[in-house]
Design a protein around this ligand. Structure first.
Ligand code: AHG
Ligand code: MN
Ligand code: MN
Length: 336
């Protein structure tokens, strides 16, 4: 089999030649995104080695979220820090795995947030995992870096994306003017453009949720899923299919690729927490991608992109994907 000659734009060329709403991508943002992509290319190579390089298993440490860290959570975090901290355009970074943001030496004003390794429970069982990233701009470039600099709504993102380490390593990216996808050529180490103008179909017959939490859900979510399960014999008049990979990156990649919805809603297990997923480096970047692909993303009460964060590691209830289904879920929440 030979590679198709239609796939001939690499990530660097894409960034250099693309206009976002008529403007070239700022050189500093190109520098930062290339550094993220290069690091993810390295990480993809490491992920593929798994046990051969001692990558599997627990690190024996915990993070600020109270979660046990896997070795790869720590390795991915370190790789990303090393990969981007020399970027002149970067003012600071924040990660799921670090309590506080890290100032960097750059003179620029970009802020990078990331979930270095998403889907930690899937590492040791060889199921798709990923990296999620979000780029903001520091509002006051001259002031010393503080956590508050990161607490901007998702609407302030200038770029967001993820890299899924699956059978292929694929990156989805938005710069606020649609969504594009690149697949890693593992021979050259370059990401190559495979899709542009990615669109999520407005209607779907596929939903993703961890059904084992059903008894803990709030009534609107239970109503929605009950109706999906009733299929042709119920309210919805069609049969639904269900998927749950337990890596948000892989579940959202499916939604961007063939439609559907993904939910990790609030539930009663820890009622004081708004949800399991984190707003700044999971929900916001995914919501930006989904909106840019014509879908929608809500916490039930408001669009996730409109939420004003109050904490770096804030959690949020997430429902995103095909527009008609998200609107239905919003309706059920407002009726409850
Ligand atoms: P992380 O590995 O970064 O902590 O995120 C895992 C998240 C998300 O990727 C996934 O959708 C969800 O946790 C799975 O949770 P359950 O194991 O509760 O299904
Ligand atoms: Mn995650
Ligand atoms: Mn993670």
């Amino acid at each position: 089999m030979t590679a198709s000659s239609t796939f001939n734009t690499n990530f660097k060329q894409y960034l250099a030649s693309t206009k976002v709403k008529g403007d070239a991508i700022p050189a500093g943002l190109q520098e930062l995104l290339l550094a993220v992509a290069d690091t993810c290319s390295t990480l993809s190579h490491e992920v593929a080695q798994g046990a051969l390089i001692g990558l599997l298993g627990s690190a024996g440490t915990g993070n600020v979220q109270g979660e046990v860290q896997q070795k790869l959570d720590v390795i991915a975090n370190d790789l990303l820090i090393d990969g981007v901290q020399a970027c002149q355009s970067l003012a600071g970074l924040a990660s799921e795995e670090m309590e506080l943001p890290l100032p960097v030496q750059g003179t620029g004003d970009y802020l990078l947030l990331f979930d270095p390794l998403d889907g930690s429970s899937n590492i040791d069982v060889n199921v798709s995992i990923g990296t999620i990233f979000s780029v903001l701009k520091k509002q006051d470039p001259a002031a010393p870096l503080q956590t508050a600099d990161f607490l901007l709504s998702g609407r302030h993102q200038v770029a967001a994306g993820y890299v899924v380490y699956g059978p292929q390593t694929t990156m989805a990216l938005t710069l606020g003017d649609g969504v594009v996808m690149f697949t890693l050529n593992k021979v050259t180490g370059e990401f190559v453009l495979i899709k542009h103008a990615v669109e999520i179909a407005h209607s779907t017959k596929e939903f993703a949720i961890n059904m084992s939490n059903m008894r803990h859900w709030a009534e609107p979510v239970r109503r929605y899923v009950d109706e999906c399960l009733a299929g042709v014999s119920g309210e919805r008049d069609k049969d639904f299919n269900m998927r749950w990979i337990a890596s948000m990156v892989a579940d959202v990649h499916r939604v961007l690729s063939r439609g559907g919805i993904f939910m990790y809603p609030w539930d009663q297990r820890e009622p004081h927490k708004p949800g399991k997923l984190r707003l700044m480096y999971e929900a916001n970047p995914m919501s930006f991608l989904v909106e840019q692909a014509g879908g929608a993303s809500t916490n039930g009460d408001q669009l996730i992109m409109d939420m004003i964060p109050t904490e770096l590691h804030e959690r949020v209830s997430v429902m995103l994907g095909s527009k008609e289904e998200i609107e239905r879920l919003q309706r059920y929440h407002s009726q409850a």
